[in-house]
Design a binder for this molecule. Structure first.
Ligand code: WT7
Length: 633
């Protein structure tokens, strides 16, 4: 077990130790795991290349730490508790022993299909236990998993399969999500038709009784390939710095990039942060409502909880099905102790009314968490009063796909909480605020750009297939520092509040999107000449997507045009990237060098026509009036 912080004094001491002697601090945490061979060196790094190595020379397998080492005393404890979409269907659960057996069988099936250490395997699956099992089966044999959120379109899936040259795709046949029934494998079929030549096998988990198109050359049923396999599979020996997984995420330019996490450091930090931030105790039922298609699900549904020997609840459904009380029903039914969700869900449920939460017994809750986007004051207060009943501490956890684990968060019952503040850095996390020129902003009660100045074990190592892009994106803006892309405020007492992205990344319902990506999708409509996308404040989603579009020919039927644009975006990226507002314009505000002045577009989109700033440097200042007149509320 890694060290468990139990008091404010423990926190201060741990933080201090982690800064004065990071190597000893993390070596001590790492010693609590099962290593096949101890590391030679705790840390080697420079942020110029960047080059970061934790526990170099150490050999391990993360699944031995997630599963095997718990078998001595927790073989019969539930590891994964599954709650289906339909509340009338039975739960499923897997004890640590059963999880061991299923992971081994699946790993053997992967091997039988030629998947070897280092090969990439893509997952396109709903929230069923087989997704967690499959991911762990990859880790068991040293294959690299790349989970793609099952809401992405065939074309987005194809891009990701191709970028990582995946040898296998694992999917479900269909998926029940809320009232919807979704043909999952059909999306995979469509993606493969876009030329994913590397794929040799599609392993299909059966989730329904509906008929399915089948390509006998590459399609295989999960149950036929997995069920007869031996329930024993030796865990591959991995170097601490071998790749564990790739997870694609959006940035301000270009296509999504594959963030790479490695075995050793990720393991240590996932467990350490899980244990301390949730103050998990044996017997607690822990529930994170995220999807495994995002980093939150990787670190805090699968790896963190299992490394800590916890019972992790996995939910197939949505917060509003059959009605807006589902989350609280599930909390009551299973006696959930730690509950972790996103502000967008809180805001959506808040809008349905208190009657959906008030009647439920939520006495078992000890910690309630928030992640993915800034939580506004109203949502924080509602969460505190209605869910936490003013008794349960809220942890507002700030982190990113790239950080692998939580970076800034209160420790429940240990550090204080303040509405809308993610508060304090975890041990090992060294923060700095800088101004636009990179000058460090000292002192408290200040605002600036958030940087991390020292490596932490679960940080990204590279972006798959393009190390230069990693350097460029994260390490070149402020040389010698990792730049997060977020702006933040530090209050009088040193707590951090995340203000939001300062780059061209928007956060829609906790989903991260590059505006350029959405623009590229919109531009595929045949009547579109140019487009510009910005975020604007949205009551439920946090940010909505506002698209300004220049067309080649006048648009005769506005409604039809808007439908077509949405359809194009859905096809290129997925429904999560559909613009909320589309305004047809004759031009975009541009500087003399041809750069779009997004500041003005953001102002107009947010319905704020005051203080448009200096528009005299625009090539076409007259366009501003047109934008304002045509702005959609
Ligand atoms: C971006 C990272 C962390 C897992 C889910 C999102 C925003 C995340 C918070 C928070 C304010 C937050 C940031 C960050 N963000 N958590 N507690 N308060 N903003 O991971 O998709 O990589 O997005 O989400 O802007 O940079 P992601």
């Amino acid at each position: 077990m890694t060290q468990q912080i139990k008091s404010i004094a423990d926190y201060h001491k741990a933080y201090q130790d982690s800064v004065t002697d990071p190597e000893s601090f993390w070596a001590k945490q790492a010693e609590s795991f099962t290593w096949k061979q101890k590391w030679d060196r705790v840390l080697e790094w420079n942020f110029e290349e960047p080059r970061v190595k934790w526990f170099e020379g150490g050999k391990l397998n993360i699944t031995e730490n997630c599963i095997d080492r718990h078998l001595a005393d927790k073989a019969d404890q539930v590891a994964i508790l599954w709650e289906p979409n339909d509340p009338n269907q039975p739960n499923r659960s897997l004890t640590y022993q059963q999880l061991h057996d299923e992971v081994c069988k699946t790993a053997n099936a992967l091997k039988a299909h030629g998947v070897e250490k280092g090969d990439r395997v893509c997952f396109y699956m709903p929230m069923v236990p087989e997704l967690a099992i499959g991911v762990l089966a990859c880790a068991r044999i040293g294959a690299v998993h790349s989970v793609v959120f099952a809401g992405f379109s065939a074309s987005a899936l194809a891009d990701r399969i191709k970028d990582a040259a995946c040898k296998m795709v694992i999917c479900s046949d269909y998926n029940s999500r809320g009232p919807k029934f979704i043909p999952v494998k059909k999306v995979v079929d469509d993606a493969l038709a876009m030329g994913c030549d590397s794929v040799e096998t599609v392993l299909v988990h059966r989730n329904s009784n509906e008929p399915l198109d089948w390509n006998p050359a590459i399609d295989r049923w999960w149950h036929e390939e997995v069920d007869h396999q031996a329930a024993v599979c030796p865990a591959a020996t991995m170097d601490a710095e071998d790749m564990l997984f790739i997870l694609y995420t959006s940035g301000s330019t270009g296509k999504p990039k594959g963030v790479v996490h490695t075995c050793g450091g990720y393991m240590v930090f996932a467990e350490y942060s899980f244990r301390n931030v949730f103050q998990y105790e044996t017997g607690d039922i822990y529930w994170c409502t995220a999807d495994i298609g995002w980093i939150t699900g990787h670190s805090y549904i699968v790896y963190g909880p299992l490394l800590a020997g916890a019972t992790t609840l996995m939910f197939e459904g949505v917060p509003t099905y059959p009605d807006a009380s589902r989350f609280w029903q599930v909390c009551q039914k299973h006696g959930v102790a730690q509950f972790y969700t996103a502000p967008t869900a809180i805001r959506a449920l808040m809008a349905f009314g208190d009657q959906f939460v008030d009647s439920f017994d939520l006495d078992t809750l000890k910690v309630i968490g928030s992640v993915g986007e800034p939580i506004n004051l109203e949502a924080w207060n509602w969460y505190n009063e209605k869910v936490g009943r003013k008794r349960v501490p809220i942890i507002d956890t700030w982190w990113q796909t790239e950080t692998g684990g939580m970076m800034i968060t209160p420790l429940p019952g240990i550090t204080d909480t303040k509405p809308t503040y993610a508060s304090y850095p975890l041990p090992g996390v060294q923060l700095e605020l800088v101004d636009n020129e990179g000058r460090v902003i000292e002192g408290n009660d200040v605002e600036g750009l958030l940087c991390i100045t020292f490596p932490w074990p679960s940080m990204l190592r590279t972006t798959y297939g393009d190390h230069e892009r990693c350097r460029q994106t994260y390490f070149s803006t402020f040389p010698g520092k990792y730049f997060t892309g977020d702006g933040a405020r530090r209050d009088e007492e040193g707590r951090y509040r995340i203000i939001g992205r300062v780059d061209d990344v928007i956060n829609v319902s906790g989903h991260r999107m590059g505006t350029a990506e959405v623009e590229n999708a919109i531009n595929q409509h045949e009547n579109v000449v140019e487009s510009a996308v910005v975020g604007y404040p949205h009551d439920i989603k946090g940010q909505g997507i506002y698209a300004y579009v220049i067309t080649q020919h006048p648009v005769a039927d506005q409604d039809a045009f808007i439908r077509e644009i949405k359809a194009v975006v859905t096809q290129v990226i997925g429904p999560i990237a559909k613009p909320d507002v589309i305004q047809v314009v004759s031009g975009l505000p541009k500087t003399r060098s041809g750069k779009i002045m997004r500041r003005i577009l953001r102002k107009v989109a947010s319905g704020d026509s005051s203080n448009l700033g200096d528009t005299s440097t625009l090539l076409n200042p007259e366009i501003v009036d047109e934008l304002l007149k045509g702005a959609k509320p």
